[in-house]
Design a protein around this ligand. Structure first.
Ligand SMILES: Cc1ncc(COP(=O)(O)O)c(C=O)c1O
Length: 474
């Protein structure tokens, strides 16, 4: 049975649900990532390290809502905090005290975070941070890394995955809109730097510096393939930004979980502003941005009572959001961060190191064209390249192989992202990591003889073979 046949055989209810979902939802999903051929797996429930799909197949979850759930799916303390909070309301018209508690906790952990504001998502955090940078400097442009992902605001939906024929030279990348609908004006105002090439990055920044408000960069490209900044790259950015008076923004929406103080504490580089999200909401929607107190002071209302009206005391940066600072996300976030102390994060990171070390050495020994990148508890399995140090190295990813690997892992009872991204949760024990490595190695080994097994929806499901032996919970 082919990988695709096995997938279809195991998931008839997901297939049926897909047909129903597409009648009211484009692609059958509200998050584009969740649509893949031949049809998505739909999830029925999560518990601890497991996810269960509509067909009752159980998976070990190595994705945790794209790295947002380092405590697994149904953490007891988070559940209790949210349930207790629900008794007295979910969101109020005025600020409550939880906002201050979570703010104090984060300011106490993250070196660059002198003052903080919460938002509804990581995307909003980036949007507000960029506006703040423009307001503070009076300059119109921002710079970001090729391959960097910062949510879905137009300004940063540029050169996330630019096609090779449009991307320009490696040391002077072009600004390429990620999709239709991104206005040319946004694209022109977004300058692209080559991640991990310090010389070329400095040259690009020097070329545009009179117009640049900020550089926004992930300390490790996350969605771009879990590619850590090489030694000295972030330090060099700090020096150049200081020299040119450009604000340095670290987007730690993914990397915050690498250490109590985020990746900035590991690299020893303090940005002017930091954006975050995911883990600080304990599994509920959230984002936050903050940093230098003098910059964040631009958010303080002026003399007047109406902060909408700049004439009342401006210049005032207005921040809105009906569900921003909702009590449920704050309660969940506090319960999560309390558990994510140095000891817990070290264990997570050790498990990530074990996964990378063992899988990479087995892949090398077998001469399989694949590798695992990442740092600490965050990783990405790439099918095709044997090393990935820059975003352009991901061009040698075998897209069909990567997708069949993803389906092969689902068939073996493991969830990771279609593009190979994964992470460790505190629910995983050493044997889970070892089982993942075995499954990944098998799934990759399986790819070679099956080159003809092209993913196509026209591929008929075989019904005369047995499904993979997966434990079902119902
Ligand atoms: C580095 C980074 N920044 C920003 C975002 C956007 O966050 P959200 O999906 O909460 O809007 C993401 C989401 O994956 C991210 O990885």
């Amino acid at each position: 049975m082919t990988i695709l046949d096995t997938y279809r055989h195991r998931t008839p209810l997901s297939r049926r649900h897909f047909a129903a979902a597409t009648r009211s939802i484009p692609g059958g999903v509200t998050r584009s990532l969740n649509a893949w051929p031949p049809y998505p797996t739909y999830i029925d429930a999560g518990e601890g390290k497991y996810l269960r799909d509509l067909d009752g197949n159980r998976y070990r979850d190595f994705l945790g809502n794209y790295t947002a759930l380092p405590l697994g799916n149904t953490n007891e303390a988070v559940r209790t905090a949210v349930t207790n909070q629900l008794r007295t309301g979910s969101v109020y018209s005025f600020s409550g005290n939880l906002e201050t508690h979570l703010a104090t906790a984060i300011v106490g952990r993250v070196p660059g975070m002198e003052k903080i504001r919460f938002t509804g998502s990581g995307t909003e955090a980036v949007m507000f941070a960029l506006r703040l940078a423009r307001a503070a400097t009076g300059r119109p442009k921002i710079a970001k890394a090729e391959g960097g992902y910062h949510g879905t605001v137009d300004d940063v939906m540029v050169s996330n995955r630019p096609p090779a024929d449009l991307a320009g030279p490696g040391d002077r990348p072009h600004s390429v809109p990620e999709m239709r609908g991104i206005p040319d004006s946004r694209v022109r105002d977004t300058v692209i730097v080559p991640f991990n090439d310090a010389e070329a990055t400095e040259a690009v920044l020097r070329l545009h510096h009179t117009e640049l408000a900020a550089v926004i960069v992930e300390p490790m490209l996350g969605v771009g393939g879990m590619i850590p900044a090489t030694d000295g790259y972030l330090q060099r950015l700090r020096t150049v930004c200081d020299d040119l008076d450009i604000l340095l923004i670290f987007d730690e929406v993914i990397t915050l979980r690498l250490a109590v103080g985020g990746a900035q504490s590991l690299y020893g580089v303090t940005p002017d502003l930091t954006t975050m999200g995911k883990v600080i909401g304990g599994g509920l929607p959230i984002g936050a941005y903050g940093g230098r107190a003098d910059l964040m002071a631009l958010l303080e209302p002026g003399r007047g009572t109406d902060v909408y009206d700049a004439r009342s005391g401006g210049p005032v940066l207005y921040q809105g959001g009906t569900f921003t600072g909702n009590a449920l996300s704050l309660a969940a976030g506090l319960a999560a961060l309390t558990q994510l102390d140095a000891a817990a994060l070290t264990t997570l990171n050790d498990h990530g190191d074990r996964l990378r070390d063992t899988l990479n050495s087995r892949l090398r020994a077998a001469r399989h064209p694949a590798c695992v990148t990442g740092r600490g508890s965050l990783f990405n399995v790439h099918i095709g390249p044997t090393a990935v140090d820059t975003f352009r190295d991901t061009r040698s990813v075998d897209a069909s192989g990567q997708h069949r690997f993803f389906l092969g892992m689902l068939n073996r009872g493991f969830v990771l992202a279609a593009r190979g991204m994964g992470c460790i949760s505190t629910e995983h024990e050493t044997h889970d990591v070892d089982d993942f490595v075995d499954a990944a190695f098998d799934a990759i080994t399986d790819l070679a003889p099956r080159r003809a097994d092209i993913i196509s929806d026209s591929h008929a499901a075989s019904t005369d073979s047995s499904p993979q032996p997966l434990e079902a919970t119902r």
